[in-house]
Design a protein around this ligand. Sequence first.
Ligand code: SER
Length: 863
Amino acid sequence: MQSKDIRAKFIEFFESRGHTFVPSSPVVPNDDPTLLFANAGMNQFKPIFLGQKQPEVLRAVNSQKCIRAGGKHNDLEEVGKDGYHHTFFEMLGNWSFGDYYKKEAISWAWELLTGVYGLPKEKLHATVYKTDQEAYELWKSETDIIPEHITFHGDKDNFWEMGDTGPCGPCSEIHFDRGAASCEKHGSPGHVCEVNGDCSRYIELWNLVFIQYNRDSEGSLNPLKHSYVDTGAGLERICQVLQDVSSNYDTDLFSRLLSTIATLSGKPYSEETGISHRVIADHIRSLCFALADGGFPSNEGRGYVLRRILRRAARHGRLLGFFEPFLWKLVDTLIEQMGDHFTELKGKTDFIKMVIKAEEERFNKTLDTGLTKFSELTAKDASTISGADAFMLYDTFGFPLDLTQLLAEEKGMQVDTAGFEEEMTKQRERARAASKFALQQDDEDWVVLSDCTNTEFLGYTGYTCDSRICRYCLKEGGLIHFVLDKTPFYAESGGQIADSGTVSSEDYEISVSDVRKTESAYIHIGKLERGIITSKVAKAVINESLRRDTARNHTATHILHKALRDCLGESVQQKGSLVTADYFRFDFTHFQALTDEEIAIVEAQVNEIIRQNRSVFTRIMGIEDAKASGAMALFGEKYSQEVRVVQVDSYSSELCGGTHVSSSGEIGLFRIKSESSSAAGIRRIEGVTGRAAYADTKADQALLKELAALLQSNPTQLKTKLENTLEQIHKQNQEIRALKEKLIGFDIDQLLSLAEDTGDYKLIKAILPADTDLKLYRDLLASRITGTIAVLITASSGNVSLVSVVSKDLIPRYSAGKIVQALCTVLDGKGGGKPDFAMGGGKDNGKLTVLLDSLSQYINPIQ
Ligand code: SER
């Protein structure tokens, strides 16, 4: 049975028993910091076991990508030595989230292995945890396993834990007896083959874990709310047994990889001589899956484990005679083999190849010098490589410890690993103390293709050129940094942003989004769109239309600078600028905002120079000559002895390294969009030119049209139409007021008729509708009352507004201001005003009714 059928049958078997297929989680678990890599199928279900998440289904089945190369489950050093250790493997599993338990888990596992896969019952053995009598009885009652094949074991073999912390529980394992001939210790005195013994006759096929506890960081076991089933069966081992071969590496999962390695190296694979073949075949699987899931080689954490895996594989490549990068050539074979089930691999082929190849290139370089160093060290007559030497090999030559150990082993020597760890700790402390360390490490990441270190900039005269990549460096997130020997790309400087574009050859294509300048080299930053980087000649092409737009804006800032000085005076000095393809920003010294008129004059002047189509040219001059000629320089900027002067004919002359139009007419149109303050004493003008200015003008025109349409007019008659409309609105407002007054007049008649006579004055009080115009009431009331005090209130959404009017004849004995103040205090608000009229506001705090009933208490004569 082929591996893909074995996988499919496992999934079908459990699907037909009510399980839902859940795809493998990424092998790089970005959401679990306690875990380096997914190391078991249950990882993605951890929150369910811990009661932090409700399961979406009660039964699940899956085939999980696992890497065991660090942390609690680490098989890295064992890989290659035998036929069944792996860093990467697939784990088939079924789960019950508080649904079925031991009985079904055991009987279904038995049914699948013996019924569906047809394994001989007499070759199967079961282990149970030392205290798990229940599982023991179930094996006896639910299956027809030979009863003597059920054995009890302790914590080491039959208590499964995910890591130092996390879900765990007793387990029951199923082992397969490969026969006495598979025992490498057969016949050794005192050796007895047994399950969980020390030979490879019995191999574990499937682990049924009965999750019951959570191990906390103190090491205590805390019972979980529910019991869960978590099983895991290594696909590679099941394939070995079902395909009746003596090693996982002889299954169809590895055959294509091993034969590609044999073809590329010219060294055929055999079980006896194939350690390096196995290491490489295993490690390339880890690398491809980890990179496809977002891993990336680096100097720490997961990235460091990947780097070690790659270096271990590359080192074994040397043993097979590979002196050039070769691992990347295995990527296609692996993806062909696995891509149908793990579709995430597809579409990432080039990226994976590139990252692997870049790492190999770097490692090969250090390996050569490192191996020489290693020979020197081992030439000394000693049996141990000191910790300091092992660390030097690691730190300077990139030798992982296990590589040094491997090489030492070959020479019959040992490595002082404790001493190495001590050095490692010291280095970590140094790294913490000097944050620069990270930068130095970054520098190491360059893959050097040629020794050119300078970039020749050809972008003043052309938009494209032939060039070669001298070195490159892959960054996380799919970005690539690279240096070209010649480039048309302008690197961000002097306020002008970098060019974008593409660099492509028959081998690769990179889209460039940014360019930075170092002392001598241009670092291009982009995304590898296709292929593998090589040093072959490539075409570097910038985005011409964006470059032209940028040039229009840049030359326009020079003309603007001069126009500002002409209009506002020589005190104007440039303080900074930003020149992009879409717009520009120009900061300059000036102590007050520009008036609309000044802005108009400056804008008109720049456009005049544009229309005059002045020629723009550059000259290289000595700095002193340039200054003497009146070229403007940025105050405080450091210039070299030779400078580039950009002239717009005789109008403007500035020191500048940027790219410009060749005559001012190319700018087309210049518009100032805003004038504002950027800092104390510094003004900022933002504007547009060329295409953007035209688009802006069109947008204004469209807006005018739209506004005219709203008024059922056209742009030329819009002003008259708007004036007429406003006049009409004004008239209508007047009419509305007159009508309102008339209406309110009726209300006021009523209010007057309801006035209470307190003896000293007449009191009008009323709560009016929320939208009442209180001011209008006040005006109309004031003209009609004598001997009267009025308090009018509106209330809406918890807020209260009130006015008080006191008739002229009661002043100065009574004051509306005082009355409003007193009332507002009760209503938790504020108010006040004049003796004859005042307004205020407060909260509808439940006191309004009482207040109105006892209103006269708050209206006291002034003593
Ligand atoms: N979690 C268990 C294991 O990894 C069973 O899946 O072996």
